[in-house]
Design a protein around this ligand. Structure first.
Ligand code: ZN
Ligand code: ZN
Length: 279
């Protein structure tokens, strides 16, 4: 089984703006029969891929694409499978949608977080949405050269369905962000790789066992008890989708701008008077 990785990335990927393929068959020809799934990459999520009817017969999977050794890159995207038999065959059957095993949902970063969501030029500090880029005919207003076309623009070019279309019987998905980066942004550090971030991160892992439990299930009150109410508020904001991200472009990661809802936890705490010790 072959699963093409991050199929939308501009450089050297299946649908990449610079690789020249508009369909799976054009790219893989007689080997297309061995492809049962495609990996959506960080810069796209299932709703973006659902806009191509030609992808309906492929299972969408999401992997970490962890090229670097930083631990916060591991598991930033993942697949949740229901397996009646934890074997290679079971996993293959889930992906091929045969039998009782199945892909239940995928864990996604917000596609804006990915390094190629919008169109732009890294060196020129220029980034823009597909609509703006098309207006400028993909020419950089700073250097006059061709812009690096982002994933959202490429999806727009190949889509044969409107934004918001959802095919029947597809696995679900949730948006999360790496816990280390949530702590970093909340506390205003320049990198997740600082002692204070690791300290808060490790306390949470010690208490809840793993990062997904913190991100998806741990109660705000207990996160606040273990670290502080600001971090608790940010984790809940990410869980509930209340995050603003300046989209990534031309190899630059999206910037997590605002984790709203810090106020929520504080307000609740004041109202109920249970978190005051931690404020
Ligand atoms: Zn990769
Ligand atoms: Zn430029």
């Amino acid at each position: 089984m072959i699963i093409p990785a991050h199929i939308w990335t501009p450089w050297f990927s299946l649908f990449g703006a610079f690789s020249g393929f508009d369909s799976i068959e054009d790219c893989y020809q007689d080997q297309t029969k061995n492809i049962h799934a495609v990996e959506t990459g960080l810069s796209s999520d299932p709703p973006m891929n659902w806009r191509l009817s030609s992808l309906d017969r492929y299972t969408l999977v999401s992997n970490s694409d962890s090229h670097s050794p930083w631990p916060w890159r591991i598991g930033r995207e993942a697949n949740a499978l229901v397996l009646y038999e934890l074997t290679y065959r079971g996993i293959v059957e889930a992906i091929m949608r045969k039998g009782v095993n199945r892909v239940e949902f995928t864990i996604e970063t917000d596609p804006s977080y990915g390094k190629y969501h919008w169109t732009g030029h890294r060196r020129c500090g220029v980034s823009m949405s597909p609509i703006e880029a098309i207006k400028l005919r993909n020419i950089c207003p700073v250097c006059g050269r061709k812009l690096t076309k982002g994933v959202s623009q490429r999806v727009e070019e190949l889509a044969d369905r409107p934004d918001g279309f959802k095919p029947k019987n597809v696995p679900g998905y949730i948006h999360l962000l790496p816990l280390s980066e949530i702590i970093q942004v909340t506390k205003g550090y320049s990198s997740p790789n600082v002692r204070q971030v690791w300290s808060a991160y490790s306390k949470l892992i010690d208490r809840f066992g793993d990062e997904y439990t913190v991100l998806m299930e741990a109660p705000a009150k207990e996160i606040a008890e273990t670290t502080d109410s600001e971090i608790a508020g940010s984790v809940i904001s990410v869980r509930e989708g209340r995050v603003k991200i300046t989209p990534g472009y031309d190899g630059v990661y999206g910037k997590i701008d605002l984790l709203t809802g810090k106020e929520n936890v504080k307000t609740k705490a004041r109202r109920r008077g249970t978190l005051d010790d931690f404020l």
